[in-house]
Design a protein around this ligand. Structure first.
Ligand code: ADP
Ligand code: MG
Length: 156
């Protein structure tokens, strides 16, 4: 199965997020990994739009978590880059993962030990040899539902 996709602009990255949104249901977990500026928050903006959220999405880099309740289902947007080791417990990550909304986690490697078994991981990579706005997204679905979701979303 094809599991990578190349995009050429921030808008295209947002459109992918928007396209994913209709498939999502409460307790779904989306992990967004890749360097600073790779496009994780940009993708989340599109996803939020697809959920019908109209409040502007701000990076949760300093707040760690931001909650948006004005869409089809709640969105919990986390950036755990600044979390101390094991800090996911204090944050109540598990409650979010078992909660009533979609969970999006940027920098998931910092909470690798605290993740459930099923999630959709998307890795964002810049390729400077191809220009400033090019990103390759690699989709790593864990669990049957997410495998199917990616299949429907990006096809074979
Ligand atoms: P991250 O959350 O991964 O640190 P951001 O989404 O906050 O990254 O920032 C990505 C930056 O790169 C934004 O300024 C965005 O406009 C720019 N950009 C350029 N091309 C792309 C692209 N193809 N996808 C996503 N962002 C892009
Ligand atoms: Mg970010």
């Amino acid at each position: 199965m094809k599991n990578t996709m190349t995009v050429n602009s921030a808008d295209q990255t947002m459109q992918l997020g928007e396209k994913l949104a209709p498939f999502l249901q409460p307790r779904d977990l989306i992990l967004l990994d890749g360097d600073l500026g790779a496009g994780k928050t940009t993708f989340t903006k599109g996803l939020a739009k697809g959920l019908g959220i109209s409040r502007p999405i701000k990076s949760p880099t300093f707040t760690i978590i931001r909650e948006y309740q004005d869409g089809r289902i709640p969105l919990y947007h986390m950036d755990v880059y600044r979390l101390e080791e094991g800090g996911g417990e204090d944050l109540g990550l598990e409650e979010y993962f078992n909660g009533d909304g979609v969970n999006v986690v940027e920098w998931s490697k910092f909470v690798a030990g605290e993740l459930p078994n099923h999630y959709l991981r998307i890795i964002f990579k810049r390729d400077d040899s191809k220009g400033d706005n090019v990103r390759t997204l690699t989709f790593e679905p864990k669990g049957e539902r997410f495998v199917k979701m990616i299949h429907e979303m990006i096809g074979d």
